[in-house]
Design a protein around this ligand. Sequence first.
Ligand SMILES: Nc1ncnc2c1ncn2[C@@H]1O[C@H](COP(=O)(O)OP(=O)(O)OP(=O)(O)O)[C@@H](O)[C@H]1O
Length: 285
Amino acid sequence: MQDRAAPTAAAPAHPPVYRLAGVTARHQGGTRAHALHDIALTVHAGEQIALIGPSGAGKTTLLATLACSHRPDTGTFEVFGTDPWTLNERERHKLRGRLFLAPQTPPLPPRQRVVTAVLAARLPQWSLWQALVSLVKPADPESAWRALSRFNLGDKLYARVDRLSGGERQRCGLARLLLSTGQALLVDEPLSALDPALSQLTLTTLQQEAAARNAALVCSLHQVDLALAYFPRIVALKDGRVAFDLPRERVTQAMIDELYLNEQPPANTPAPGDLPAKLAVGACL
Ligand SMILES: Nc1ncnc2c1ncn2[C@@H]1O[C@H](COP(=O)(O)OP(=O)(O)OP(=O)(O)O)[C@@H](O)[C@H]1O
């Protein structure tokens, strides 16, 4: 049975940023029937939520669903009080302008300068002409520099994206978030390529930005200790279901142990030389 966060005392005047009830979702060609099962989740403006759970639990699928880039199969799904999948493409595009998804590996064009890649976050606000001109002469390099500096990356403003390290590229993707107008900030494993000091800087910057614009922040993390240290609300997924949704004070070590149970490598992990015969070259032809 799912354990839910206690409802807040006063009913909010505005519709929640997200309201999900009984949401299921699957991937075409996926090995599981559903990547998400019976998800119930309500997220209000200004809430900051860490999404935790073992690999394959459904965190990325849930974030893609919240970003309206993955369509649920069934259930109730509302963003700012509207079901995005009842809107036409143009209206849905407009709604997506109020959301920002920072994927784990940001899709940055490798030959582009960092300044151009970061300013691309402004594309939804620009005319086609402004966008084309900015490709040649960046429209607002100061804003890009300020955003990069908040992730300790100001000196890379004119570097080429393909000359960045993995962690620098990841922070470059997050700098885009600062230039977006998102009211829901969806961030997928932002720390996977960062050292401990940069991890803390990154979480602090994301949280300050979300608080400054009273945006909802939903951030998936594999670092459970940081999730508990930084986020007031913890949503745990396992096998595509909400295992618990609680204020961090109510999350116990036993719950965390249960969440990650069976995630140890199996005792009979094959040795590197023990390839089964059917893996021999040519077996798939
Ligand atoms: N594009 C895809 N096609 C088919 N199946 C997919 C696809 N993406 C994810 N899945 C499956 O959906 C399930 C949930 O995957 P998802 O990436 O959402 O998990 P996750 O919790 O983000 O994992 P991780 O922590 O490893 O990033 C998994 O069983 C995965 O194999």
